[in-house]
Design a protein around this ligand. Sequence first.
Ligand code: UDP
Ligand code: LCN
Length: 820
Amino acid sequence: MASNAPVLKRSESIADSMPEALRQSRYHMKKCFAKYIEKGKRLMKLNHLMLEMEQAVDDKAERTQLLEGLLGYILCTTQEAAVIPPYVAFAIRPSPGLWEYVRVNANDLSVEGLTGTEYLKYKEMTVDETWAYDENALEIDFGAMDFSLPHLTLSSSIGNGVSYISKFLTTKLNNSPWSAQSLVDYLLSLNHQGENLMINETLNTVSKLQSALIVAEAALSSLPNDTPYQSFEMRFKEWGFEKGWGDNAERVREMMRSLSEILQAPDPINMERFFGRLPIIFNVVLFSVHGYFGQSDVLGLPDTGGQVVYVLDQVVAFEEELLLRIKQQGLNVKPQILVVTRLIPDAKGTKCNVEFEPVMNTKHSHILRVPFRTENGVLRQWVSRFDIYPYLEKYTQDATNKIIEIMEGKPDLIIGNYTDGNLVASLMASKLDTTLGTIAHALEKTKYEDSDIKWKELDSKYHFSCQFTADLIAMNTADFIITSTYQEIAGSQERPGQYESHTAFTLPGLHRVVSGINVFDPKFNIASPGADQSVYFPYTEKQKRFTTFRPAIEELLYSKADNAEHIGHLDDRKKPIIFSMARLDTVKNITGLTEWYGKNKRLRNLVNLVIVGGFFDPSKSKDREEAAEIKKMHTLIEKYQLKGQMRWIAAQTDRKRNGELYRSVADTKGAFVQPALYEAFGLTVIEAMNCGLPTFATNQGGPAEIIVDGVSGFHIDPSNGDESSNKIADFFQKCKEDQEYWNRMSIQGLQRINECYTWKIYANKVLNMGCIYSFWRRLYNAEKQAKGRYIQTFYNLQYKSLVKNMPVKMDETPQEKPKE
Ligand code: UDP
Ligand code: LCN
């Protein structure tokens, strides 16, 4: 958009202002709209609209003037347009989360506002007119169930759910005695295995609690700060207080003061802190269903990327934080965390056939593996995440029984990961009435262009009809949604977020989602993950480095011969290395990076290229996309004659060695490059930055937020290979001229990590969410129940019938006993 473009007044809608904008350039616009409709009905993206506008308005000066006006602004904020001659229906997104729909009649340039539903119908007409005109087509409207719930209004506040809720609760408690009593009732309900915590029935009203707090605070004021709780426990119990306030007089006093203030005149900061300290969460279940999920030898297997790393690191961070909180609450309780995944009998040398396994670096956390069962017995082989849906309902029942048996009761918090884990988590949470958080590391919908409207074409391969339906069920069941970045929820100025793309979409012939999820819902929160800093630490920390890997890494990077682990070699080892590591999915664009490098002579003269990912024989890949990418890599290596300047290393499974690999690349004064077409978060980006490796990462998705361009690393545009490869070359050129430049970028990357991307920050935030949303769901119980009924209907009537049509793997064997 031109910098001086007139922006709409806040009060004006696009439908109000567009007629005037069209009138200003009526002659050109008539030509332009004639061009848009000349090819008949179709769906157009912004680049098509712009291209055809350029063709219609061939005078450059006129075009520039036009683009600098209001019309330019409207066009630039258009995401797509459905052309049904003589109409062109626009989906316009003036800012993150905010959409407007209008239709323009190409004959007379008249403009009318459309509702979201009307726009979706235009979109459907491009592929299926019968469905679009069907008055009884199924419409899914989760928004209709949410009308009485509070919502954010500012795009800039999206993702700050906890803070919004704290403010909202503050106002509610200030204005209504009913809410204060709800808080008392909630405190009364807190217990651990039937033993009361915080207060008992003696203090069952606001006024009784307030009076008792005054007495207790007076008693505490005479005690030294470090007086253990046990020494005044009996007296407090007589007054109606139970354990959980703190382990010593100081902490109990702080907590009681906090509550007194909340009951007198609440403020949001105090509110958030108070909830974060309440003894609510002891037992947590994390679902990460599709495998392979293991602690070693799984990375690099299909479907086993960052999610496994994330969940394992997450458990360690949760356990540490829970142990600290429980100690400070003065309780003697062991937390339990179960990571629940699938047991795969054909485990391919991994431990994915082991039922119960302690999580490394924890004391009380375990992996529980539950097999997929069908009427023929246990399913032995791995199943792609796209084909997993038929097994999930039975899996949920089996997993729930097993979890309750192990935990001797129900968990306090359930967290799902990815579509399958989220669906299972929602079914279980609804059944047990437990607080639910969901995480979608990557929602598939945005990864494939027009995946909604083209669902019929894609369904046999990807089963998106099931996936998107399952995603909606999980998002709407969740009490809170944990995201890694703002982008994940509401995208950027230019691009809609992953969740935002579920606001309104349509699967013609199946259902029209008029309100799938609202990104202004306060359930959305941002908690970015970190990287394990005992593995990914700066290359400068020489005494900590894993020197035992040196010979292996030397061989991996520099030996001359091709073998099963690497192909290609580096002739000039004095050159810095640009390094990338990822699964060989199309979206990771590793082949794109290889091509950019191949084409850019200047870059080739400055640096070598090292890639880690996939393996070399496409016929051995079980993954459809991976096989295609492997073939492409071979073609590119040949085409650009890369041997001598490029090393391609097969997927690596040893995290510690990978940590040392990043650092070895840093030793060469190289850089990490993450060229993905879209990346939800991008763990490799923060791993590299933790190792002090300057990083270039895609501007599409999470990395755009992780890195401040030119300060803590660099953004690259995956759709503009020349610009990106030149940006990398410029960096290395500059490093040659200014010896300190590389060090500065390395240090600034590390600073960014330590300020924003650590597991400690993450665990603290997420457990606070668990606590505050446990109360929130109680407060809005009636609304939750009503929505639950709607979700249940959707699940039973729609999801289950979709699943029935999916193939179930047949080569199963009778139930066998899993290894202990
Ligand atoms: N990884 C690995 N070996 C490989 C490729 C990737 O160990 O051959 C690890 C990588 O270090 C990171 C994770 O897998 O921890 C990938 O996470 P990321 O978020 O970058 O991408 P995802 O695969 O989850 O989409
Ligand atoms: C899945 C992805 O695609 C990545 O972008 C994330 O970094 C990873 O999960 C962990 O959250």
